[in-house]
Structures are given as structure tokens and as C-alpha cells.
Design a protein around this ligand. Structure first.
Ligand SMILES: [Zn+2]
Ligand SMILES: [Zn+2]
Ligand SMILES: [Zn+2]
Length: 124
């Protein structure tokens, strides 16, 4: 049996393809994980909705309990209960940031980051 949606136009299909392309392109994911493990910044790009799973799977932050935990986010080190981590990260760290790809310094504006890169890492 063939199920065909006559309301689904070529334009809709193009829009969906474009959305899928953006979603699958790491460069378009708005957030960067700066969780530090063994001195290494994670640096993975993700969508906000993916983050709880990412934190659980990649960094072992599991469960909603009262276990004390230190936030390993780059330059954070805030102590909190495990149940508070997701909210803490959302509020404190998941703002749109521009990260220097060389030294991982954070900037709130793209052009500040680009200035930094040309001043510090231009190689001359
Ligand atoms: Zn991560
Ligand atoms: Zn933190
Ligand atoms: Zn830098």
C-alpha cells in the first residue's frame, strides 16, 4: 500500500531537506560542550535537546539524586547536587558562545572572537 500525502509540495520537501541538512551539519549546531574530562575539553557541537543524553552518555552524569558533583564545565568548578547539573548547565553555560578553536577561550560575540584569533593566533 502506497501512502502519499498530496498536500506535501516540492517546496515543503525542499524545506525539510534544508532543515535536515542544517541539523546534520555540526557547524550549525548552536552549542558547544565545554565539559572537561582529564584536562581535555569535549568541544562537541550539539542541539540543546541533545544535551541531557550527551552529558549522560559522554560524561557519565547520570541520575537525579543528591550526590555532590562538581561541574566540570570549562573554568566553572561550581559544586552542586547531581540533580541540579542539567539546570545549572542550561542556565550558566548554554548561552550562545563563540569559542576560539585554538585556545578555547569563550567570547559572547563573534567579532570579538575573530579579533582575538587575528591578534593571538594569526601566526605572524
Ligand atoms: Zn561533552
Ligand atoms: Zn558549571
Ligand atoms: Zn585563542
Amino acid at each position: 500500500m502506497v501512502c502519499y500525502n498530496h498536500n506535501f509540495s516540492d517546496a515543503d520537501a525542499a524545506t525539510l531537506c534544508e532543515l535536515a541538512r542544517i541539523a546534520n551539519n555540526p557547524q550549525h549546531r548552536p552549542y558547544v560542550c565545554l565539559w572537561v574530562t582529564n584536562g581535555v575539553v569535549c568541544n562537541l557541537h550539539f542541539q540543546a535537546s541533545e544535551f541531557p543524553d550527551h552529558l549522560r552518555i559522554a560524561h557519565g552524569v547520570v541520575g537525579q539524586d543528591k550526590t555532590p558533583l562538581v561541574c566540570c564545565w570549562f573554568s566553572c568548578s561550581t559544586e552542586m547536587k547531581k540533580e541540579s547539573v542539567m539546570r545549572h548547565v542550561n542556565e550558566k553555560h548554554l548561552e550562545l558562545r563563540h569559542i576560539c578553536p585554538t585556545c578555547h577561550e569563550q567570547f559572547t560575540r563573534a567579532h570579538t572572537m575573530q579579533n582575538h584569533v587575528s591578534r593571538k593566533h594569526s601566526g605572524n
